[in-house]
Ligand binder design. Structure first.
Ligand code: NAD
Length: 327
């Protein structure tokens, strides 16, 4: 039986990944500051601990795991990483986790380690035009990410690559592009655009108005969690180190994303555009490399994953309203 360690096991992608690994027959240890918020973890063991502390990393990674998935990071949506208010924490916390975990994995003889980087590493100068952003893997340098979150991810990619070069560690690096789905942050200030829009649309009565940061013409692509997990597992099972994009190529403006969700919800709401933290003007995954190396790329339409996510968030909104009404 393969043994895996998932760091960031209480988070959105980590908790879903553990469910997947258990289905595949792995023995799994999860580690995080917290348990998953929305359902019990499927991990065989769950360690609550702070991975900024090398002693905790020592305890958590105490054996030559077949696979380590390093997903733990100080992270959130635009409201968290683009305001500038959390820059020092994001850089310090996430860099500490990565420095500790890669070194500890080397010491423990871990066979393979996965690192979750981000599309936020791509240079701002290639993402000014919302209609044709450039995010091919080889466009990462000269580096110019638009956030400290992106700089830390790029630095940590380089840490993992250096351990591969100097210590022959088997590393795999993916750059995720906006992963979404049920059981992700939806109302705690760390939610991203799909969850935030689903929440606003679920909360607002038909005919009224929702607010959106920016003019809504900024573009992004969004990948449903199940396809992200397919990508992670395919990369781990391959000989390809990466870094490689794991994202969707179905680019959409934020205005059109809101309209798509309204359509699912059967609501007609107007959009009030307000100032807010935005990030780059355009971003889309470029899946040529993953297709070439792994003969795979995500294929499911955005709408399919959004429907599942909207239904889940609508349920959370109803539960919250019910709780408030009986208090
Ligand atoms: P998440 O915030 O839901 O999960 C991250 C987890 O890390 C949280 O549960 C958090 O408690 C944990 N953590 C933070 N600091 C810790 C510490 N000091 N010790 C132990 N645990 C700690 O985020 P997610 O969406 O599941 O993302 C997982 C990874 O993928 C992150 O590294 C993130 O940067 C990366 N990523 C995610 C996306 C996305 O769209 N979700 C996009 C690009 C990259």
């Amino acid at each position: 039986m393969k043994k895996a360690l998932v760091c960031g096991a209480g988070g959105f992608i980590g908790s879903h990944l553990i469910k997947r690994l258990k289905k595949e027959g792995y023995w799994v240890r999860g580690a995080d500051l917290k348990h998953p918020e929305f359902s019990a973890s499927s991990a065989d063991e769950f360690v609550i601990g702070d991975l900024r502390d090398p002693n905790i990393c020592h305890q958590v990674c105490d054996r030559p795991f077949d696979e380590v998935y390093q997903l733990a990071a100080d992270m959130g949506g635009a409201g968290y990483i683009f305001t500038g208010e959390h820059d020092s924490e994001v850089m310090h916390n996430s860099a500490m986790i990565n420095l500790n975990m890669v070194e500890r994995s080397k010491q423990s003889g871990v066979r393979k380690i996965f690192y979750s980087s981000s599309a936020c590493i791509y240079p701002e100068y290639n993402q000014m035009d919302p209609d044709s952003p450039k995010c091919s893997e080889d466009s990462a340098y000269p580096a110019a990410p638009d956030s400290e979150y992106g700089w830390e991810k790029l630095f940590s990619e380089r840490i993992y690559l250096s351990y591969h070069r100097n210590h022959k560690m088997e590393v795999r690096i993916a750059r995720f592009h906006n992963i979404f789905g049920p059981e992700g942050s939806w109302n705690n200030g760390k939610e991203k655009a799909p969850a935030a829009l689903c929440r606003k649309i679920a909360e607002t009565p038909d005919g009224q108005e929702i607010e959106m940061w920016g003019d809504g013409k900024q573009t992004r692509s969004f990948l449903y969690i199940d396809e992200c997990l397919d990508g992670i597992r395919k990369l781990m099972d391959s000989d390809f180190i990466g870094p490689v994009n794991i994202g969707s190529e179905e680019m959409i403006s934020l205005n059109d994303l809101a309209k798509l969700i309204m359509n699912m919800a059967g609501k007609n709401l107007s959009i009030k555009h307000i100032d807010g933290p935005l990030g780059v003007r355009g971003r889309n995954s470029d899946n040529r490399l993953i297709h070439e190396k792994l003969n795979w790329k995500p294929t499911r339409p955005l709408r399919e994953g959004l429907e599942k996510t909207y239904l889940w968030i609508q349920e959370q909104v109803k539960k919250t309203n019910h709780r408030q009404s009986i208090q």
